[in-house]
Design a protein around this ligand. Structure first.
Ligand SMILES: [Zn+2]
Ligand SMILES: [Zn+2]
Length: 83
């Protein structure tokens, strides 16, 4: 566990908890993406050609700047391969 200079114990603890929460979120997002991909596979949608396809529509690739939505209207995190 690394410590940061100039932070109080409470502040360090807050960051620690935030990191734990975000690590958990990332794990869940990966799980959701896996489930989403297996649904697409099961419904015979062949998406494996593009690693950044959208999980929510037939968009084949994320097109947009980071932090902005794709042209398909879904966020970057709705596309595969971003977490
Ligand atoms: Zn989409
Ligand atoms: Zn898209």
């Amino acid at each position: 566990m690394h410590t940061e200079h100039g932070l109080t114990d409470a502040q360090q603890k807050a960051f620690e908890q935030n990191r734990a929460d975000f690590a958990e979120l990332k794990k869940q997002m990966r799980g959701f993406a896996e489930t989403a991909n297996s649904r697409l596979d099961a419904s015979d949608l062949r998406r494996d050609l593009n690693p950044n396809h959208c999980l929510l529509c037939s968009c084949s690739e994320f097109r947009g700047a980071p932090g902005e939505s794709c042209t398909c209207g879904h966020e970057m995190t709705s596309h595969d391969g971003y977490y």
